[in-house]
Design a protein around this ligand. Structure first.
Ligand code: CMP
Length: 147
């Protein structure tokens, strides 16, 4: 399987529940390495831009509101089949439909406060990663001293 990168966001409800470490630990245990990571508080403009594909959906305003309520953790995860693997670990978008053992089943409140976001394709991962991280901010693990 090819090594891929995907964008993961721990949403404001995940940060508020103080489960950032547990979520990252699940990814690492499953072989998905964070190769870029930062915390930020999204502005309305940033959230609208990130979710622009959903602009016409009835839930768009609520989605932007919930994503700007508090800080988020942005991560690039790298690993074999990272896009699909991340989606397996997260579980279905609607926590009520999420499988046992997934992040959303265990921690998410409802479809709006669903704790994590993950890219849905390799192509979208590329777009989403570049929305938040320049290539220079991505650090694949390398055991090599820098000069
Ligand atoms: P996410 O994976 O971040 O992608 C878009 C988000 O919109 C989704 O998770 C949900 O949090 C939110 N959302 C709210 N209502 C819906 C809905 N009916 N269908 C899909 N996504 C929804």
């Amino acid at each position: 399987m090819a090594v891929e990168r995907t964008l993961s966001i721990i949403k404001p409800d995940g940060v508020e529940k103080a489960i950032v470490g547990r979520i990252i630990s699940r990814f690492e245990t499953a072989g998905l390495k964070p190769v870029a990571l930062r915390m930020t508080h999204l502005s309305v403009r940033e959230a609208e831009g990130f979710y622009a594909v959903h602009r016409a959906r009835p839930f768009f305003a609520d989605l932007v509101r919930s994503m700007t309520l508090g800080p988020v953790v942005l991560m690039v995860l790298e690993g074999e089949g990272a896009v699909a693997r991340n989606r397996e670990i997260m579980g279905a978008t609607d926590p009520k439909k999420a499988a046992e053992g997934t992040i959303r089943k265990e921690f998410a409140t409802d479809i709006e406060k669903n704790t994590v976001h993950g890219s849905d394709s390799v192509e979208n991962a590329r777009i989403e990663i570049s929305y938040f991280f320049p290539e220079s901010a991505v650090h694949p693990y390398e055991w090599k001293r820098r000069s």
